[in-house]
Design a protein around this ligand. Sequence first.
Ligand SMILES: Nc1ncnc2c1ncn2[C@@H]1O[C@H](COP(=O)(O)OP(=O)(O)OP(=O)(O)O)[C@@H](O)[C@H]1O
Ligand SMILES: [Mg+2]
Length: 149
Amino acid sequence: MEAKIILNNEEDTKKLAKKFAKSKFKNMIVCLDGDLGSGKTFFSKSFAKEIGINEAVTSPTFTIIKEYEGKTPFYHIDVYRLNGDVEGIGLEEYFDKGGIVFIEWSSMIKNFLPKERIEIDIKRISETKRELTITSYGDKYDRLLGEVL
Ligand SMILES: Nc1ncnc2c1ncn2[C@@H]1O[C@H](COP(=O)(O)OP(=O)(O)OP(=O)(O)O)[C@@H](O)[C@H]1O
Ligand SMILES: [Mg+2]
């Protein structure tokens, strides 16, 4: 399934993150794409807060993978600096660890992504306005998309 959503400001983005948090499930994979500064990390941080991650969530650009403990563990991944060279970093092990996985710049590693996932492509329309194209793959993610719209 595919849907487009307009977010007028940061508040809208936080509300969407809250909906994702409400519908979360184990091993949920959320792929984020969009230009530098479009809001991938902002959305990830908003989501982490909603699922009760107390630790400050920062951009994982330089660390590639950051793990946050919580009732539901949160794995925040940013593959930008890998330049597609994802082999050997053990990415797959995060996909069935029982936590929730967010991957920024996921399109750079398309062949390594699980078949079932949700993808959010963020387009910057203005300083605060964003257009999201959300695509779901698989029943669970189709349901998730239906719930967050
Ligand atoms: N509606 C909005 N949704 C998300 N972020 C917004 C919105 N309006 C303004 N912003 C601002 O846009 C910026 C988004 O930065 P962020 O680090 O999240 O981008 P990014 O996509 O992760 O970039 P990078 O590719 O460098 O990792 C933040 O400064 C945030 O405050
Ligand atoms: Mg980022």
